[in-house]
Write a protein of this length. Structure first.
Length: 167
């Protein structure tokens, strides 16, 4: 299977925040931003797989600054790592105040997607071609997060087998 470059599946999506996007505190609701993150990352995953891809996990989601009504959110997603049937997608969310031009790093997230074939079963993925130092760094960091997730799953399984209450 021929590899794919990171830039071939990268996605940029933008949306203006409106009153229906806010929570009772007057900020853009975190759930609205989470949905936009999942949508953007899902498009990147489907571009890489050229098939349906489903969210398997959100490894990390950090909110750095609030977003408000009238802010223009820009989400950038790219593939960081590709395994046999799953891939990690990183998303960066920036908020721009269209009046002042001030931009803020609003949120970052790492999501894992599994590519599915026509029968809904996990399917093999094309390998990821890394071209820049930044892509190589993100790939190394994604591999480390994957190893941590796999170790946690192994520990959870051992606890279930032993019928112990593990943290």
């Amino acid at each position: 299977m021929e590899g794919k470059r990171v830039r071939e599946s990268s996605v940029v999506m933008s949306q203006l925040m409106s009153p229906q996007d806010t929570n009772v505190a007057g900020n853009v609701h975190g759930g609205v931003i989470m949905k936009l993150i999942d949508t953007t990352a899902g498009v990147a995953a489907m571009r890489h797989a050229r098939s349906n891809a489903v969210t398997a996990s959100i490894d990390r989601l950090d909110f750095h600054h609030p977003a408000f009504v009238g802010d223009f959110l820009t989400l950038r997603a790219s593939i960081n790592f590709v395994g046999r049937t799953s891939m990690e997608v990183g998303v960066r969310v920036e908020t721009e105040n269209l009046i002042s031009g001030n931009k803020r790093h609003t949120a970052s997230a790492y999501l894992t997607y599994v590519a599915l074939d026509r029968d809904g079963r996990p399917m093999p993925l094309a390998p990821l071609i890394l071209e820049t130092e930044d892509e190589m760094r993100r790939n190394r960091e994604a591999k480390a997060r994957r190893e941590t997730r796999l170790a946690e799953k192994k520990k959870e399984k051992a606890c279930q087998i032993a019928a112990e209450n593990c943290p």
